[in-house]
Design a protein around this ligand. Structure first.
Ligand code: CAA
Length: 396
């Protein structure tokens, strides 16, 4: 049995009638094949060397995944958001670093251009992003504002037909490697969230530099760094929406992005479980296979139950997005639950591997390290609970 065709990896049907369409099943099969063949064998090396896998990014472009749910008019593949969740899950199962460079590009940068951009902006930015010629990055957090996005102090001062950007942004995924950066900046501190603006900044703009690459616990191949702007001119033509729309752009973008992180968490959890099941079949103790111990069976049963529930929450949020419904709460449910399942499943995976789970010869410890960030980025678990509770109390 290979990991690619492990029975625990397959979820295509449900008695509730939530069967994948032919197209969705095809994406699941083709991304799984690509990811297991091309990305999984390199995942440990990428992690060990903190290496951004540019060749993986290029392959995602060559296979049209970089424009997955955008219109064919802009060079996209015209697929739905369930396909996106499926693709991210399959990538994360094989190589979580690759899944996050992909999701930051698609749902955090290309998606807001598609949703809020003008036709000119789509032609200039979205088309090369769909084709995989340009990589995107989303710049919201700052050294002193992570969860409190409205407290951003990176300033955008309007001077003629340009904004002049000054300040810095932190924890930027695809950091040094990206070409197009969506930057949320403040035009007037007294206006708080109503003063924010969303600007597309191109790499190479004057005064645009990078801080040091972060040395991270997990997803170590993804390039994370600070972006620094010193008197950086950005044409007004690069603004998404109008002055004051920046907070809305960020929040709407994060709603979609959170589904991507939920899918990433499901993929990490499923990948860890698949490896644990395989190992438990191979390893013997007390003259029997480890898989034959009831304690191990209970662990894998709990893991798969929670992973299936997390996947259904993720697909539920994607379906809501596809139907054009409001899906902030659904995305928060999915991200909150899937991230916690990723963490608990990967800890159990290490336990099943025993001593071998604690060393780098096997992927168990890497999945555990990669899982942690899903409880932090694109809104911590505490922020997801805040979003869910506030929606519940408002009855929205
Ligand atoms: N969609 C549309 N509008 C929204 C919205 C949404 N999901 N959420 C809020 N809004 C609107 C509100 O309706 C309100 O509008 P009005 O001013 O017209 O009334 C306005 O935005 C302000 O809303 P709140 O008062 O609720 O805002 P808040 O300041 O209390 O913040 C929050 C709410 C949920 C805490 C929000 O700040 C948040 O999500 N914070 C977390 C940020 C985050 O996820 N950061 C991660 C950065 S990205 C990353 O991780 C990097 C990477 O590269 C991976």
């Amino acid at each position: 049995m290979t990991l690619a065709d492990s029975p625990t990896s397959t979820c295509t049907d449900s008695p509730l009638g939530f069967a994948l369409s032919e197209e969705q099943a095809l994406i699941q099969e083709s991304v799984r094949e690509l990811a297991q063949k091309e990305f999984a064998p390199k995942a440990a090396e990428i992690d060990r060397n903190h290496r951004f896998p540019r060749e993986n990014w290029e392959l995602l472009g060559a296979t049209d995944l970089t424009g997955l749910y955008f219109s064919e008019k802009y060079g996209g593949a015209g697929l739905d958001h369930v396909c996106y969740a499926i693709a991210v899950e399959e990538l994360a199962k094989a190589c979580p670093t690759t899944s996050v460079l992909f999701s930051a590009h698609v749902s955090l940068t290309a998606a807001p251009i598609d949703f809020f951009g003008t036709e000119e902006q789509k032609q200039k930015f979205l088309v090369p992003m769909c084709k995989g010629e340009k990589l995107g990055a989303f710049c919201l957090s700052e050294p002193n504002s992570g969860s409190d996005s409205a407290a951003a102090t990176c300033m955008a001062e309007l001077k003629g037909d340009h904004f002049i950007l000054n300040g810095s942004k932190n924890w930027i995924t695809n950091g040094i490697e990206a070409d197009i950066y969506l930057v949320i900046a403040q035009t007037d501190k007294s206006l708080k969230h109503k003063g924010l603006v969303a600007l597309l900044v191109e790499k190479g703009s004057p005064g645009f530099t990078f801080g040091k690459l972060e040395d991270k616990l997990g997803i170590r191949g993804s390039s994370t760094c600070q972006t620094i702007f010193e008197d950086t001119p950005v044409p007004v033509a690069n603004m998404l929406g109008k002055v004051g729309d920046g907070f809305k752009v960020a929040m709407v973008t994060l709603d979609g992005g959170r589904i991507g992180i939920a899918a990433q968490a499901v993929g990490i959890a499923q990948g860890a479980l698949d490896h644990a099941v395989k190992y438990a079949h191979e390893r013997t103790a007390f003259n029997k296979k480890v898989i034959d111990f009831q304690a191990i069976k209970h662990m894998i049963a709990d893991m798969q139950t929670q992973i299936d529930a997390a996947r259904l929450l993720t697909w539920h949020a994607s379906v809501a997005q596809d139907k054009g419904m409001k899906f902030s709460r659904e995305a928060a449910h999915a991200k909150l639950y899937a991230a916690e399942v990723a963490m608990s499943s990967t800890v159990k995976c290490v336990q099943i591997f025993g001593g071998f789970g604690y060393v780098t010869d096997y992927p168990a410890e890497r999945y555990m390290r990669d899982a942690k960030i899903t409880e932090i980025y694109e809104g911590t678990s505490e922020i997801q609970r805040l979003v869910i509770a506030s929606s519940l109390l408002k009855g929205t």
